[in-house]
Design a protein around this ligand. Structure first.
Ligand code: ZN
Length: 506
């Protein structure tokens, strides 16, 4: 069973102390996906309903073609829109059902959805959103899917669907012992990889913010270590093994060696798809379990705001100006995309939101080159991919852990900054009470440094770093009292020094 976000309510970061936004979203919609285990007769009925939906869609396409033809032979340019209104199509549906009694076996709400789908697809074509008008669906290509917006019910073992009765499902809510809380709004059934799945849309009350403060966590994404945590833990995704990669190549070869459009080819393609989706389900499962555990135990989670779409752009270039190292970049792209960092980030965001915890994305610039101890930024701080050694203070660490600590520090700075921007009255009213001294320090600092903080505003073309002799680095605070990470004000001032160093370097 998997849960996806539909609405991510409320603010995403520590800025949730803003009283205006509190309570703006009292409910939230959650979707949970479970595998169904239908009996043989229910299985037949499900396919029958899907066939009915497809039949109605195809009838609509045929009706549209006829209408267009009739209009053109009458000399007009386009059939009147009233011919495609829901009222008109509904009347046609009644007529079709009277002529084909087998259609009446399916719930009417499912068949009406085909009409809605058709109207939507046609409108998308007319407005230019899609290049082609709705076309006939072949039985072989169509994915059997149907939505039950009404009369679906749920208990611990089974889900009730109209005209199908109770269907057993694989319950993993609360380890198979519970029923998901909330009101069931709709159930969508879909056939995928040889199994039926149901997506349940649940409306839940938004939980109150966590009472006890939980630990804060910074996360560094990586190719070698999937997730490196600032708490010095490495989490590895169960990615594709070499043997699995070899098997995929083997199955792909079998597909291309079969004659096009043959049954053998369809079978080989199904085998390949099934094998691929087994691997992706395993990674998907790991992502959900990992992000749930992290979210349960951390009041604040910070990640880098990586622009994955830009980072994974192909290096192939054009025919006139071919790119260099295209194959190597393709390998890196695969490594970056395979664990699904974008999905991990999305899952952490909504899981934190549903628990009332904080989630912050920070600017990723220089997180791998900044010293987490003294804040010195230099490319030489990374002698190789796996190690970090500060050229200023000599601090040595694993490169990924240093990155995770930097991410966490930036997030804490960011949340303190958002506190500093709150008006005095809010702080006096008790919001962000614990951070009040730090917020005061932040405001004082803002007075003396009116420039915007470069770590909070992404900037383009920042490549220069201060050398050891440059104006930045740890010279700024030599001879100061020792840094106390428990003191938010101390931490803030130190972070400001890092920010200033980054700014002077750009
Ligand atoms: Zn250092």
């Amino acid at each position: 069973m998997y849960r996806y976000p539909l609405t991510i309510p409320g603010p995403k970061s520590c800025a949730s102390t803003d009283p205006a936004s509190a309570g703006a979203f009292a409910v939230l919609l959650r979707a949970c996906r479970c595998r169904l285990e239908p009996r043989a007769d229910t299985n037949r009925n499900l396919f029958g309903f899907a066939d009915g939906r497809r039949w109605v869609w195809n009838a609509c396409v045929a009706w549209a073609a006829e209408a267009e033809l009739a209009t053109r032979s009458a000399g007009a340019r386009r059939a009147p829109e009233s011919a495609f209104s829901l009222a008109c199509l509904s009347r046609l549906l009644d007529q079709w059902a009277a002529e084909n009694p087998w259609l009446k076996r399916a719930p009417k709400q499912l068949l009406q959805q085909s009409l809605h789908d058709f109207i939507k697809a046609r409108r998308a074509f007319l407005t230019g959103a899609v290049p082609r008008p709705p076309r006939f669906q072949k039985a072989r290509d169509a994915i059997p899917t149907m939505r039950f917006p009404q009369h679906a019910r749920l208990n611990q073992d089974a889900v009730f669907l109209p005209k199908l009765g109770w269907i057993k499902y694989r319950n993993s809510f609360n380890g198979g012992r519970g029923v998901p809380s909330g009101e069931l709004r709709s159930a969508t059934v879909k056939f995928e990889d040889g199994h039926w799945f149901v997506s349940l849309l649940l409306q839940q009350a938004k939980p109150a913010a966590a009472a006890a403060p939980l630990a804060a966590l910074g996360i560094d994404y990586g190719v070698k270590n999937t997730l490196a945590l600032s708490s010095r833990v490495v989490l590895q995704a169960p990615l594709m093994t070499d043997a699995e990669e070899y098997r995929i190549l083997f199955l792909e070869r079998r597909v291309v060696r079969c004659a096009a459009d043959s049954n053998r080819r369809a079978l080989a393609q199904r085998r390949l798809n099934r094998f691929r989706s087994r691997i992706s389900r395993r990674i998907h499962d790991w992502r959900h379990k990992t992000t749930t555990t992290l979210s349960k135990n951390h009041g604040l989670i910070a990640v880098e705001a990586l622009a994955l779409q830009n980072m994974t752009a192909s290096a192939r270039g054009t025919v006139e100006a071919p790119g260099t190292n295209a194959a190597r970049k393709a390998g890196l792209n695969r490594a970056l995309l395979e664990p699904g960092f974008g999905i991990i980030r999305q899952q952490i965001a909504y899981k934190q939101a549903t628990r009332g915890h904080a989630f912050i994305q920070v600017n990723p610039a220089h997180t791998s080159q900044t010293c987490p101890e003294c804040g010195h930024i230099h490319a030489d701080n990374r002698p190789d991919r796996d190690h970090f050694r500060c050229v200023c203070c000599g601090h040595a660490d694993d490169a990924d852990f240093a990155g995770a600590r930097n991410v966490l520090r930036r997030a804490q700075l960011q949340s303190l900054q958002s506190l500093a921007e709150l008006p005095e009255t809010v702080l006096a009213a008790g919001h962000g009470r614990d951070c009040a001294p730090a917020a005061k320090a932040a405001r004082a600092h803002r007075g003396s440094h009116p420039r915007t903080n470069p770590l909070l505003t992404p900037r383009g073309g920042s490549k220069g770093n201060p050398g050891p002799e440059g104006p930045g680095g740890c010279q700024n605070h030599q001879g100061e009292t020792p840094f106390d990470p428990e003191n938010p004000a101390d931490m803030l001032v130190r972070a400001m020094v890092i920010a200033d160093a980054a700014e002077t370097s750009s």
